[in-house]
Design a protein around this ligand. Structure first.
Ligand code: FES
Length: 175
């Protein structure tokens, strides 16, 4: 039976084990990377790299999750993330579209989706449209391979995407 006497360490471990409260499976991948590094604080850069590849950019929720996992002050995590220009904290666009380019998604058509988006939006992956409306990013495996190809629209993961379906969504944003 659970008691209220558990120490903080064990509470943190339990929270980490449960993943992110949103249930977003991408956080599981961060857990795996942190665990592989035995939650060592000097693995921060590697974990940030993983986070950027999974999420496309480092939103504050992700930085907080990493800070808690590695037991580092949030200011330190922010400091490192802002120091290196390879990390991007925020896409510039009002909307974000992150296309998974992991193997399962690529094989199931993620590459076609990204090509169609680049053409329609007239930008490359990592860029934002001239009107600052849409940022296009790529990620490596969102942990949703069962519904490949997956695309994240403004933080919501959508599965079995085709260029047509994605275009509809984007058009909705452009109206
Ligand atoms: S490869 Fe895209 S979700 Fe895993």
């Amino acid at each position: 039976m659970e008691t209220a006497t558990k120490d903080t360490k064990s509470k943190d471990y339990q929270q980490q084990k449960k993943g992110h409260p949103s249930g977003d499976k991408r956080f599981k991948q961060l857990d795996i990377t942190m665990k592989r590094n035995q939650y060592r604080q000097d693995s921060l850069i590697e974990v940030l790299h993983k986070a950027q590849s999974v999420f496309g950019y480092l939103e504050s929720d992700v930085l907080m999750y990493i800070a808690r996992g590695l037991k580092l002050p949030l200011s330190r995590v922010y400091g490192v993330a802002t120091f290196y220009h390879i990390f991007s904290l925020k896409p510039n666009g009002a909307h974000t579209c992150v296309v998974c380019m992991g193997t399962a998604c690529y094989v199931k058509g993620g590459g076609e989706v990204i090509k169609a988006l680049e053409k329609e939006l007239d930008i490359k992956v990592g860029e934002t449209t001239a009107d600052d409306q849409i940022s296009l990013m790529a990620a490596r495996c969102l942990g949703a391979c069962g519904i490949a190809p997956a695309v994240v629209f403004d933080g919501s993961v959508a599965g079995k995407q085709t260029p047509e379906v994605v275009m509809e969504k984007i058009k909705g944003w452009q109206e």
